[in-house]
Design a protein around this ligand. Structure first.
Ligand SMILES: [Zn+2]
Ligand SMILES: [Zn+2]
Ligand SMILES: [Zn+2]
Length: 143
């Protein structure tokens, strides 16, 4: 495929996933961008080779394995971005802020801005924190 093909095959191997062409295609798209990729974008990029149900299953599997994380943007659309190496099959550690640009609609992982731990009231078990800041991004502000 391309020079990253080996990296992605190893990634699938590490997570005991079968190395299918479709899974490799999805990884290729998700890891090739600096920003998160929305579900509709994935569908339009890969729709010719992967039907929606299969794509959905692949994304779900990757999310469960700690390979990618899901972010809901301001429009309520699911976006996906690669996880940090700290994520595992059992626990995600993507406690960073996401930035949704209102001009270009891109969703960025701001990996260096950590979300602090919150002390929950007794009886509450948080599973996922979704913090999205909206505004205009670096690229849009350059223009
Ligand atoms: Zn993660
Ligand atoms: Zn922008
Ligand atoms: Zn992120």
């Amino acid at each position: 495929m391309d020079r990253d093909g080996k990296k992605f095959r190893e990634l699938l191997e590490k997570h005991h996933l079968k190395k299918t062409g479709q899974r490799l295609d999805v990884l290729n798209v998700l890891f090739s961008k600096k920003e998160a990729t929305s579900q509709p974008t994935l569908e339009s990029l890969l729709g010719q080779h992967i039907n929606r149900v299969t794509l959905y299953r692949i994304l779900k599997t990757f999310e469960e394995k700690g390979i990618i994380h899901r972010i809901i943007d301001l429009n309520g659309t699911a976006n996906y971005a690669p996880c940090s190496s700290a994520c595992t099959e059992h626990e995600h550690h993507d406690e960073h802020i996401h930035f949704n640009c209102t001009a270009c609609n891109k969703l960025y992982c701001l990996n260096d801005i950590h979300i602090p731990g919150f002390t929950m009231p007794a009886g509450f078990k948080p599973e996922m924190i979704n913090m999205v800041i909206s505004g205009t991004c670096r690229n849009c502000n350059k223009k």
